[in-house]
Design a protein around this ligand. Structure first.
Ligand code: CP
Length: 316
């Protein structure tokens, strides 16, 4: 892998290799001393132009636990706040000789652009409404472990993943649809018509506006955040009506099969798309997803930086 910009960059063999190595990396999380020498001498820069709790801190831990040098650069506190462009910021950090840029940006396509300017490897840590490939990897990792805990082989092929909520503004759904297709899962998308992505008819999914009808089919139900900050205008009449139609309420928990699990990439709007009863229930994998984020990002960093290859020549 030269970069990780999209879940489409991950074929089945690569996905399986990343998830399998993440299982080994996950064992490190249980140890009192969390350090491997695998990326000693490598430098990773977290370049976050948009807020994050989970992704930024887990990439930082992942790099540090693999002995890489990791620094964080955010728009606030950097020369971006003085008007420096994305290109100049990327070229500036890249000129220092770093090995990887982990980029989050509100503009879809920003990491792709950066990969065309930088010699460092680029990882998309979430770009606008486009993609969030490491989120899809950690979701798949969490689902596999859940299925194994039920006594199965952990394979997602033939399983049904129901993804519910603000799909229009979600980069998580786009990466999950791509990766779950690679892994052979059936994906059902549920949202009001106003929050169904344009072009969804060409996606490898089925769609529904009726959450109650779909929930009993789910092996996994993934609730997505209502992204009010990306909305201009009314996508639903009131928050209360959204919850009545599309929230995972206490009453709806009774529609799930006993072995079905609940995911949410976070951050959550408790009481809007997901009730506290659901988020904190025994079926919830939400904190498992957070823990998986470190193991999966260690694996991704190792796959990108673990070899002996030098930085690419000047791509400009
Ligand atoms: N899921 C996710 O990307 O969370 P953060 O915005 O906190 O990184």
């Amino acid at each position: 892998m030269r970069h990780l910009l999209s879940a489409a960059d991950l074929d089945l063999a690569t996905t399986t290799a990343v998830l399998d190595l993440a299982e080994e990396m996950g064992q490190l999380q249980q140890r009192p001393v969390k350090k491997l020498p695998a990326l000693r001498g490598r430098t990773v820069v977290n370049l976050f132009f948009e807020d994050s709790t989970r992704t930024r801190s887990s990439f930082e831990l992942a790099g540090k636990w693999l002995s890489a040098d990791v620094i964080n650069v955010s728009a606030k506190g950097s020369s971006v706040s003085k008007g420096e462009s994305l290109r100049d910021t990327v070229l500036t950090i890249d000129a220092m000789g770093v090995d990887a840029l982990v980029i989050r940006h509100s503009a879809s396509g920003a990491p792709l652009q950066a990969s065309q300017w930088a010699r460092a490897k680029v990882i998309n840590a979430g770009d606008g409404t486009h993609e969030h490939p490491t989120q899809a990897l950690l979701d798949a990792y969490t689902m596999r472990r859940h299925l194994r805990s039920l006594g199965g082989d952990g394979e997602l092929a033939g399983r049904t993943v129901v993804i519910v909520g603000d799909l229009t503004h979600s980069r998580v759904v786009r990466s999950n649809v791509l990766l779950l297709q690679t892994l052979g899962a059936t994906v059902v998308l549920v949202a009001p018509a106003t929050l169904m992505p344009s072009g969804v008819a060409s996606w490898p999914v089925t769609t529904s506006n009726d959450l109650d009808a779909v929930l009993p089919e789910a092996d996994i139900v993934m609730m997505l955040r209502v992204q009010s900050e990306r909305m201009s205008g009314g996508y639903f009449p009131t928050p209360r009506e959204y919850t009545v139609g599309y929230g995972l309420t206490r009453n709806r928990l009774g529609l799930l099969r006993p072995e079905a699990a609940i995911c949410h990439p976070g951050p959550m709007n408790r009481g809007l798309e997901i009730s506290a009863d659901a988020a904190d229930s025994a079926s919830s994998l939400i904190l498992d997803q957070v823990a998986a984020g470190v193991a999966v990002r260690m694996s991704v960093l190792y796959h990108l930086l673990g070899g002996d290859d030098e930085r690419e020549g000047d791509p400009r």
